[in-house]
Design a protein around this ligand. Sequence first.
Ligand SMILES: [Zn+2]
Length: 717
Amino acid sequence: MAKLVEHRFNDEWIVQSLLDEGVTDIEAVYKARLEKAPEFAELLLDGKLCTEDLLYAAVRRRHKIASTVPDPSEIERMALSLLPERLCRSRLMIPVSCDHEKVVVAMARPIDLDGVADIEKMTGRKAEPRFCLARNVRQLLDLLLSPELVLEDVTAQLRSEAAQVQVVGDMADAMGVSISSPVIRLVDTLIAKAVAMKASDVHFELSDNESVIRFRIDGIMRSIMRIPLYSSRPVVSRIKIMANLDVAEHRRPQDGRAKLMVSGAEIGLRVSILPTAHGETAVLRLLDKRVASVPFDQLGFRDSLASRFRRLITAKQGFVLVTGPTGSGKTTTLYSAVNLLKSETTNIVTVEDPIEYKLDGINQVQINEKQGLTFAGVLRSVLRQDPNVILVGEIRDRETAEVAFQAATTGHLVLSTLHTNDTVGTVGRLLDIGIEKGRIASGLTGVTAQRLVRRLCAVCRVQEDASDPAALRLLERFSLPKTVWAPRGCTECHLTGYQGRVALIELLKIEREVKDQISSGASENEIYDAGIRTGRLYPMTLDAMSAAVEGRTSLKEAMAIVNAFDIREATQRAPSAYSAGTPPEALAAADSVTRAADDEAPEAEPGTRRRRVLVVDDEKAIRVILKITLERAGFEVLESDGGETALAMVLNERPELLLTDLDMPGLDGRQLVKAVRGDLGMLDMPIVVLTASARKNQREDLLAAGVNDYLTKPFDP
Ligand SMILES: [Zn+2]
């Protein structure tokens, strides 16, 4: 029996438990364990060396541990949610039931003290181990933690309104790939949610052990839910099928498109799949057709700018460029301009790559470089049809620019976009791609530079006196009032204080002195100065500050643009700006300013501050007890005495955990949970509720509502 002492196997305790039970042939079992390597329990039972009853009795006698063979229906979902799946699988255990003091766990190795300690640490409850055969534990884990069930759960939480999603031309059947319905429902529900929350993108990202789903709303990323890593692959497969991509391809990037009907509205989807170290990630860009039909007066241009821009685009001929970085709303501006110009007598043609939105009553031509349909080539053919207005998706090269200039000086109005930072920089960019200065001066009629900022919620915005010294200086410079607007947050705006976005623009009219400066080869500085002096340049900083004073956006949003813009202006004002371009480090600095402004809303880096808990209870005594306890445990505690204020704090203070009472006047705990999970779409914030009693039914209800755990009152601190 020397081998028994060596402890070579971590399930050896089972054999040792049986030493007093008269089980013979232990040597043979060891030999089999060495050769075939199944577990001892299996060898003993399958070899008929002992019965399950004998094994259970032995474990009870020797270790004082009861055994269990739980039926799947006996496993409480609340208990199951207390431990992460990875821990359960690695330690071969599964929580069976719980109350607020203890958790009963079926374990293949109930004498594993580390495992028991892990359970107690993770659940904050005393662990009651029960012996359960390893194969039974595995079976239960596979059954209860299947991707389908997990996805059903999160989908149920996310679904706050019944939305109908239909993929136009769903290829799933034709491709012979079967995707389980929970996966389809999850993807559909996410897209419906994204549309309802007016998100522009849905990101499926991967980390070491989970997939994080995030929405971009009004330009800011918001984490929506986390799903286990193993669920992410079928989800990405589903997305591939929707976009008609190769499901079997996992190593190269793929791009595709899909068309969906979401609650009756047609939504285009641009899909991009990217392989990463952890697996494939997906980004869905939502192309809402309504974006292409924003009426011109709803773009948010202030009146004086709107009329200047309108004069430019209603001219018989000319060349108007809308510039700005990706995602600055250039397309929306151009489309709304086209919609404004649309009439029975005006012939409008667009040349695009790709055609993002179909416009009624407009001839849209798709570029296809592979088939020789280049911007320049198509543009030449279009000109032969002599349209009044031509929209060119983007000026990418000299050839296209040349044809566009030719059209603009021969009785056509040309509208297009260019990737530049500001208006005077556009002149430099055109020189860079090889257009003569004389041609620019005679053809170009106007340039706008555009940025999007969040539009203040008109319902709850508040006025305040500006205090930022830089802002005060600018308000002074433009002789603007010192009173600006700030966000507050209400139910209309999901407590963000903002609703939608508004364009801030800089507008340069190429006339008189500005024209002369360009044709004489003046520097960007000189053009800028001439523009300001003659009133031909309406600068971005002025529009931004006006927007904050008028309440179109907040001072904070405006200043973020001003700061990024000023850095660029300063570098471009440098001598020989045409040839030198903007130094990369200056661009990086500008980007980091923009990013810093962007990053304030999303979650902070972990570890940079104490973990914050928001405690919500209408009884002060309870809040005080919890505050003391939690602070002692190293948490920072925020307090709220009701659901409404709590909801605002969840959004503005971003606590890492929400601890809320159930019964409160006004918005109660249940409604608060629903609002956080449903309306705010925050599926990954842990929520613990305080409840006076928690019967099993109620616990399951809470779990279904999106609660992670509960505490019963009264409780000892
Ligand atoms: Zn509001």
